[in-house]
Design a protein around this ligand. Sequence first.
Ligand SMILES: NC(=O)c1ccc[n+]([C@@H]2O[C@H](COP(=O)([O-])OP(=O)(O)OC[C@H]3O[C@@H](n4cnc5c(N)ncnc54)[C@H](OP(=O)(O)O)[C@@H]3O)[C@@H](O)[C@H]2O)c1
Length: 255
Amino acid sequence: MSTAKHQSKIALVTGGSRGIGKSIALNIAKRGVDVILTYNNNPEQGHAVANEINNNGGKAVALKLDTAEVGSFGDFVSHVSDLLKKTWDRENFDYLVNNAGIAQRTLIKDTTEEVFDQLVNVNFKGVFFLTQKLIPLIVDGGHVINISSALARFSLPGVAVYGALKAAVEGLTRYFAKEYADRKIRVNTVAPGAIDTEFGGGKGDESHRQQIAAMTALGRLGEANDIGLFVASLLSDDSRFVNAQRIEVGGGIFI
Ligand SMILES: NC(=O)c1ccc[n+]([C@@H]2O[C@H](COP(=O)([O-])OP(=O)(O)OC[C@H]3O[C@@H](n4cnc5c(N)ncnc54)[C@H](OP(=O)(O)O)[C@@H]3O)[C@@H](O)[C@H]2O)c1
């Protein structure tokens, strides 16, 4: 009988305190993957997700990270590095899920530079530099998933900057897959449809929710778990030859 110790995979999920990121963290933990999740304004919720995983036999740690603050990423990477050594006796981790994101509904004519910059910083600049700085800690053969949006594919009034930035993230996905191919790191985009979370103030009143459901082939809004389940399966070796792809998980919205 082999005495080799089984080594769990480790995933880092940004914005794991609520909504889709929370579901991703819980679903990958159910598959036996250890989790480093980040929170920004909601430390209690971030730690609650980590506790839920730890209480169910998994291993998780919650860390503070503001993905708009690129200047803080150096310290964050050192923190992750120390945590990996202390908690897992490892120098690297396996999967990065860039999930943290914000939306602010505003027509093009009303969009201020301040709102524009905040959307850019969280949804695009943060994704680029966090991945750039963490990728040296990701194992060869690891996997990065960027969470985009169905809104990168079609246009609705009020989300021009957000939709364009998500399209930009989809472009980045292919470039990262190209430049890190020598290390066999897979990089994919998951693009959720309309998911019932608090994102951007939530999905509105019942009539608005019904409108969204009517625009969706499967006839309903998505749940966070629809995305969490899918990301967990995409991270696994079941999808080991899927690379540089955009996969929409939206029940067939706007087809
Ligand atoms: N819900 C949808 O319909 C939908 C559709 C398509 C795509 N998406 C995408 O899915 C992702 C998750 O959305 P969601 O619906 O789960 O949203 P959510 O419920 O509003 O949760 C957002 C998460 O991101 C974190 N976050 C926000 N700003 C951050 C910042 N500056 N730095 C670090 N973390 C930050 C939040 O942390 P704290 O709470 O701790 O601050 C929270 O954990 C986003 O990228 C979004 O664009 C959502």
